[in-house]
Design a protein around this ligand. Structure first.
Ligand code: MLT
Length: 410
């Protein structure tokens, strides 16, 4: 058989796998050294008690024939779709129907899989820097073209630099599909209402689709920053929104997220007929996915109870305080930083022009801290690193002490 050649075009491993491999190698060579993980956005607090209790009850359901659940609906149980529609949308004045919500095993899977519903010929626009799944998944699907000087020939790159505050603006050129993330991974910056409206207007003008990654919306505290793209008029006709319980409620290991595909959102087929994307996504999910587990979905549902909401908020606030601490300490030491306000991520510029992977290696060797090299998120990330607020307070403080102790040499 012939393989999918697109895999051969990709860098050998996924960014976070490469970071993990470098860490394993360092630990093997330096046994006994305690490395503080400030790289991948993996949470450290336990999941909210309301979810724990709900999942215990769900295990008991599975143990009795009267309440046992086998295969569930591929698009998620009604109880969770209802809770999401009410808790995440109606509560913010946005009208999303239950059947426009598709529960999944996480935002990463959905962001990677959505390419199944649009044409392989589509021009894809991605931010540079951006979450690497957008790029890698589209390359695997065959939309990348050739890799030249670190960039794929068929993608439209949306430049995000210190000069524009790492916020992409709509391009003059046409794109069919645009991936946007706010608050953004990795830079931590977020769109104001007007900035997001400019994107919705662009997509309407160009008949383009926006895939809006809103995995970090729980970190927004500024009232001027929209939580959902659907807060912008007309967005339902142009946008799919993807969300996650990972970063809000510690579900990185449990796996649960959801994608909203509004009924009014349409694409065109080869004959120019308008086709419902919701129907295509339903068809895709029912074919290739058997639904998130009943137990996990019961856990996610409990996050919308008054106790669940309060416990989730407390977790998010804890990580935000970590991010604020990182931001403050790095700024005080003279580093140029972005993010860390409405986001768990702090994006830090290397002060002496050292490249991202060299700085990664030096922080690992000299401070025993792991970070994510900015260049792994795109060529505009070169010379930056990303630090995460997801570690414990104790480790975050320790990491900052270590980092600042070696910062004279950086
Ligand atoms: C990150 O560190 O960027 C994220 O944790 C990766 C992910 O959510 O897959």
């Amino acid at each position: 058989m012939r393989i999918n050649d697109n895999f051969e075009k990709l860098p050998e491993s996924y960014l976070f796998s490469t970071v993990a491999a470098r860490l394993r190698e360092f630990k093997e060579q330096n046994p006994g050294v305690e490395v503080i993980r400030m790289d991948i956005g993996d949470v450290t607090l336990p999941i909210p008690q309301a979810a724990v209790e709900a999942m215990h009850r769900a295990v008991e359901d599975m143990a009795a024939s009267r309440t046992f659940h086998g295969y569930g609906p591929e698009q998620g149980y009604d109880f969770l779709r209802r809770a999401v529609a009410e808790g995440d949308y109606a509560s913010r004045g946005v009208d999303i129907a239950d059947n426009e919500i598709f529960i999944s095993d996480g935002a990463k899977s959905d962001l990677g899989n959505l390419g199944d519903i649009f044409s392989v010929d589509s021009t894809v626009a991605v931010t540079d820097p951006g979450y690497p799944v957008y790029v890698d998944a589209n390359v695997i699907d065959g939309r990348g073209g050739r890799l030249e000087d670190g960039r794929w020939s068929n993608f439209l790159y949306l430049e995000c630099t210190a000069e524009n505050g790492f916020k992409p603006v709509p391009p003059a050129a046409h794109a069919d599909v645009i991936y946007l993330c706010s608050p953004a991974n990795p830079t931590g910056t977020s769109f104001s209402r007007d900035e997001l409206k400019a994107w919705v207007d662009y997509a309407r003008r160009e008949s383009a689709l926006i895939i809006y990654d809103s995995a970090y919306c729980a970190y927004i505290s500024d009232p001027a920053v929209p939580h959902s793209i659907y807060e912008i008029e007309g967005a339902k006709e142009v946008a799919i929104e993807v969300r996650s319980f990972s970063k809000t409620a510690g579900f990185t290991g449990l796996r649960c997220g959801y994608t909203v595909v509004p009924e009014v959102l349409k694409g065109s087929d080869g004959q120019g007929r308008k086709i419902s994307l919701r129907k295509l996504w339903l068809r895709r999910q029912t074919t290739k996915f058997n639904g998130a587990s009943y137990i996990i979905q019961r856990g996610a549902e409990a996050l919308y109870t008054p106790e669940g909401l309060a416990q989730t908020k407390a977790n998010v606030e804890y990580y935000l305080e970590n991010a604020a601490l990182i931001r403050m300490r790095m700024q005080d030491a003279g580093f140029l930083v972005f993010g860390g306000v409405d986001s768990p991520y702090v994006w830090v510029k290397s002060p002496n022009g050292e490249n991202s992977w060299d700085l990664f290696a030096r922080l690992l060797k000299e401070a025993h801290i792991s970070c994510t090299p900015g260049s792994g998120f795109g060529s505009n990330g070169e010379g930056y690193i990303r630090l995460t607020g997801f570690n414990t307070r104790e480790n975050t403080e320790k990491a900052m002490e270590r980092l600042l102790a070696v910062s004279k040499n950086i």
